[in-house]
Design a protein around this ligand. Sequence first.
Ligand SMILES: [Zn+2]
Length: 302
Amino acid sequence: MHTKQVGKKLYMVELETGGFEQLICSYIITGEKPFLIESGPTSSVPKLLLGLKELKINFEDVRYVAVTHVHLDHGGGMGTLLNSLPNAKVIVHPRGAPHLVDPERLWPSSQSVLGFISDIFGKPEPVPKERLIPLTEGSFDIGDGAKLTVVETLGHASHNLSFYESFNCGIFPGDAAGTYLQRFKVIVPTTPPPFHLDAALASLDKLISLNPTVLYFSHFGKASDAVQRLKDYKVQLQLWADIAIDGVMKNQSLEQIRDRIIAEDKVMNRIIGFVRSHRIYSKTMLENCVLGFIEYAKTVNK
Ligand SMILES: [Zn+2]
């Protein structure tokens, strides 16, 4: 089984991207108007289609695929996915839309930021422009009187949307609320450059004001205590920022700033063994995400 029920009318699909478990997932809202959240990367589109088959959803019946943002791990597979979903339209932030239509520019920049990880995700195929619905707000009928509401949540990216669904009072934050490590039940910052702290904190306030019960992370899975987790994430982001700002002022290296973060953030301290041994997280969490704060700190210290 690739799918797992995680709420009323809601299923998670484990994409097992590159053979990694609990790395990336997509979500399927079932009912008369099936709705997907996140295409995931190109390489794992077959897994998502298998998930639809498992739930006995006809590909022709899928009306919408909502993508939180167009980074390869969330929206890279959209063009490939749409080849199999002839009637689906794509909900995307207007700043992300051009990258779906013409992924040629996104690919080399992803390769330079992600290195070998971009090859694990696979190269994106273009999405026909007429299949996109670019927006920053609005809501969609998901059946039985429930709605999926679009919330603009910038910070991680300049094109990150979150989605609130009223069946379960849950939020799909994309990367606006960090990475959830299910095995430890903790959140770790997802902050590659260019990261904008103020926008990220404002986005978290927006999500908190919706008073959600659960969070459905694309990395990875369902987490309860949504409001408390969002509040804790704000504190964690501020801690990393304070360390980075102080470190940049003292001309410390990425490694020195990273080691201070590991020492001072209780969450990082607890999970560092796992993160160091993980082929992907050791690069994304311990290099890219720290670098995001360092680049942010340089703009503050100017
Ligand atoms: Zn991501």
